[in-house]
Ligand binder design. Structure first.
Ligand code: ADP
Ligand code: MG
Length: 332
C-alpha cells in the first residue's frame, strides 16, 4: 500500500461541514458569519507522550482530545482538524484502531478531518484543530489567559492527579488496586476534553486555561498573563478517583500507599488532566453553577485571585504550605 492508498483507506471521508475536504492542495473552511477561527496545534511523540505499545485506539483518541481541550479552554466550538502523521511502517490493524479512536471522538464533537500529511518516520502525530468563537458587537467571546482580576474565584473542573497516578503505577513507581488503576488509566489514555463546559463559560469566566502540564505551571500562565496573584486551598484539590472509590475519612487514600504530601503533588503538578482551570467574578457564582450543570461537568472553587503577585498554597487549616511543586517542562 502506498501513501495515497493509505490516506484514502483510513482517513478520507466525504466532506460534511467543510466546503472542501481531503484531496486537493488545501481544504476550504467556511466559519459561520459573525465568528472568529480559533486555531491550536499539539504534537504527540512516541517515548515522550506515550509508550510504544500504547493501545492505538486510545492514541487516536488522545491525539485529538488534547487539541479539543485547547479549544475548550478558549470557549471555542470544534469545527475541523488536520492530521500530520509520521509512521514507521504501514500496519493495517494498528491504523484501523488508530483511525477508529480518532474518528469516534471527532464525530462526538462534530469535528471534521479536512487534511494532513503522511510520511515515513518515527511515530509522531501532530494535529491542528480549528474552532469557532462568536463575535458580539465586534468583540471576541474567546476565553483568554489574560482576563483574571483580583477578587475573582478560581475554579477547576473534574478531578486532578489521576493521569499521573496511572503513569506512576504503569512505571512501577507505586502500587494501585486494579479497579482504581483501570479508572485512572482511562484518564491518562482517553481524556475527555471539557468542550461543552468551555463554551458554556463564554461571557461568564474572566480567564481560562486547560490543565495539560499541571496546575502549578498552568495557573502560573494565567497569573503571568493577567499580572495578578492567587491563593489556592490545596486540599480542596486532592480529590482523585481513588478518593471517590473509598471516601471514608480513614480510607481517603483508596488503598494506595501515598502520604497527603504525595496526593498534593499529584493534584498540583500531575499534568495530563485536561481539565479546565478558570476564574470568574463572585457575581457570576450562580452562572458558573448553571454552566457546570448545563454541560454536566463537575466544577469546584479552589481558591481566589488577589492583587498580591505570586501564588500562595494553603492547607485545610489555612496554614501556608511551602511552594515546592514544579510543573512539567520538556526542556527543564
Ligand atoms: P500535498 O503534497 O499537496 O501537500 P499530499 O499529497 O501530502 O498533498 O496529500 C494529499 C491530500 O491528502 C491532501 O488533501 C492532504 O491534506 C491529505 N492528507 C495527507 N495526509 C493526510 C492524513 N494523514 N490525514 C488526512 N488527510 C491527509
Ligand atoms: Mg500540494
Amino acid at each position: 500500500m502506498g501513501e495515497f492508498d493509505l490516506i484514502a483507506r483510513y482517513f478520507k471521508r466525504p466532506a460534511r461541514r467543510a466546503a472542501l475536504g481531503i484531496g486537493d492542495d488545501c481544504a476550504l473552511l467556511q466559519p459561520a458569519p459573525g465568528t472568529q477561527l480559533a486555531i491550536s496545534c499539539d504534537m504527540l511523540v512516541q517515548g515522550r507522550h506515550f509508550f510504544a505499545d500504547v493501545n492505538p485506539r486510545s492514541l487516536g483518541h488522545k491525539a485529538l482530545a488534547v487539541n479539543l481541550s485547547d479549544l475548550a479552554a478558549c470557549g471555542a466550538k470544534p469545527l475541523a482538524f488536520t492530521l500530520a502523521l509520521a509512521l514507521p511502517e504501514i500496519n493495517e490493524p494498528w491504523l484501523t484502531d488508530f483511525a477508529g479512536g480518532l474518528f469516534e471522538l471527532a464525530d462526538a464533537h462534530n469535528c471534521e478531518l479536512v487534511g494532513g500529511d503522511t510520511t515515513a518516520g518515527p511515530l509522531n502525530i501532530c494535529i491542528t484543530v480549528f474552532g469557532e468563537v462568536p463575535l458580539v458587537n465586534g468583540r471576541s467571546q474567546a476565553l483568554l489567559r489574560s482576563g483574571a482580576r483580583a477578587g475573582d474565584d478560581l475554579y477547576v473542573s473534574g478531578t486532578l492527579g489521576d493521569a499521573r497516578l496511572a503513569l506512576n503505577a504503569l512505571q512501577g513507581k507505586l502500587s494501585v488496586p486494579a479497579p482504581i488503576l483501570l479508572a485512572a488509566r482511562q484518564r491518562l489514555e482517553r481524556p475527555s476534553p471539557r468542550v461543552a463546559l468551555g463554551q458554556a463559560l463564554r461571557g461568564i469566566a474572566s480567564a481560562a486555561i486547560d490543565l495539560s502540564d499541571g496546575l502549578m505551571g498552568d495557573l502560573g500562565h494565567i497569573l503571568e498573563s493577567s499580572q495578578i496573584g492567587a491563593t489556592v486551598q490545596v486540599d480542596t484539590l486532592v480529590h482523585s478517583i481513588a478518593c471517590y472509590v473509598d471516601s471514608t475519612p480513614a480510607g481517603i487514600q483508596g488503598g494506595i500507599d501515598l502520604s497527603l504530601a504525595q496526593w498534593r503533588t499529584l493534584a498540583l503538578a500531575g499534568g495530563d488532566d485536561y481539565e479546565l482551570l478558570f476564574t470568574a467574578s463572585p457575581s457570576q457564582r450562580a452562572a458558573v453553577a448553571a454552566a457546570a450543570q448545563a454541560s454536566q461537568t463537575p466544577v469546584r472553587c479552589v481558591g481566589q485571585i488577589d492583587a498580591n503577585p505570586g501564588l500562595r498554597l494553603l492547607d485545610r487549616q489555612g496554614q501556608v504550605l511551602p511552594n515546592q511543586y514544579a510543573s512539567f517542562d520538556h526542556f527543564a
